[in-house]
Design a binder for this molecule. Structure first.
Ligand SMILES: [Zn+2]
Length: 314
């Protein structure tokens, strides 16, 4: 397989030691199926936060880990069930994989999803299904040699119904999974707009020094307030747009097409508005909206793009 499937024009994954022994692996440009991972290097073993989408991208990520340490990955956390964060599970044969109960349930129900219709250009590689080995609800603690990794859920639906955050109390680093899209359009089609807003409050309350989001660059210090504000601003915009749509008796796609994205036009994957509106409509009790299923919501995103499939460079 040639390396051009990594879309070299986007550049390789960016490895950064964001705190001692804690690495982020940020893949440009953070759009569809191009997610972030990260790992923590203990004295004898490694813990990984998530995997990535295609076989080639997963092998590049494993090479990045190997460039830092010969230690084996013995712990692997899935922050949620989405394919870009879990497809590589099968390549970490020695690792115990940990997720939320609901994350594993969805994975068991769906196996390896078939995305060929909406994302026909992606070279997924030889993917094999591997589910998490250990599940939890609430919170649990991983001990990687002398390092502590605290895992916790939100107690409510947000990006999905099985979101897990990973917090390193001794390093001030928080891995949020897709509760944050830094530079991209937030996406809550499999979860809740309000729940994602509430999750941002939890994230802010954690007092992290560095945050590694599910997509887009890591950020720290004063940037944290700015990024959280930008995420909230978009999610409030979705809620306000849904309220206008309900009052105008427009369908979500009709409302999406009637909406000026304004400043949010600068984000990547703008078609997600059409999907997010389905969720926001559902969360307005008086809307009378009946959920139409993910496939129809995805079809609306394609309609929002004038019939073009989402741009995917994974
Ligand atoms: Zn996701």
């Amino acid at each position: 397989m040639s390396s051009n499937h990594l879309h070299e024009n986007l550049g390789p994954g960016l490895l950064e030691e964001v705190a001692p022994q804690v690495f982020s692996y940020v893949q440009p440009d953070g759009t569809w199926f191009i997610n972030n991972t990260g790992f923590i290097v203990g004295n004898s073993a490694v813990a990984s936060i998530d995997t990535t989408s295609t076989e080639l991208r997963n092998r590049a990520y494993m090479a990045a880990i190997a460039s830092v340490t010969p230690n084996p990955v013995t712990l692997l956390v899935n922050t949620h069930h989405h394919a870009d964060h879990t497809h590589g599970n099968y390549l970490f044969g020695e690792a115990t994989i940990i997720s939320h109960v609901a994350c594993r349930s969805v994975m068991m129900a769906t196996g390896i999803p078939d995305y060929r219709a909406a994302f026909p250009g992606v070279e997924w590689g030889d993917l094999r299904f591997r589910a998490p080995d250990v599940t939890f609800e609430g919170a649990t603690t991983l001990h990687l040699d002398d390092l502590v990794i605290e895992l916790f859920d939100l107690g409510h639906v947000a990006h999905t119904d099985g979101d897990v955050l990973a917090w390193l109390p001794d390093r001030g680093v928080l891995f949020t999974g897709d509760l944050i899209f830094h530079g991209g359009t937030p996406f809550a089609l499999f979860g809740s707009i309000q729940g994602t807003l509430d999750a941002l409050d939890t994230i802010e309350g954690q007092g992290a020094e560095v945050i590694v989001p599910g997509h887009g660059p890591a950020f720290r210090g004063q940037e944290i307030a700015e990024v959280l504000h930008a995420q909230r601003t978009y999610l409030h915009f979705v809620q306000e747009t849904a309220a206008v749509g309900v009052a105008s008796e427009r369908t979500p796609i009709e409302q999406a097409l009637a909406t000026d994205l304004g400043e949010f036009d600068q984000l990547t994957d703008t078609e997600r508005l059409a999907g997010n509106l389905h969720v926001a409509y559902r969360e307005i009790p008086q809307s009378g909206y009946e959920w139409v299923g993910f496939e129809n919501a995805i079809a609306d995103m394609i309609a929002f793009n004038g019939g073009a499939l989402p741009r995917c460079l994974a």
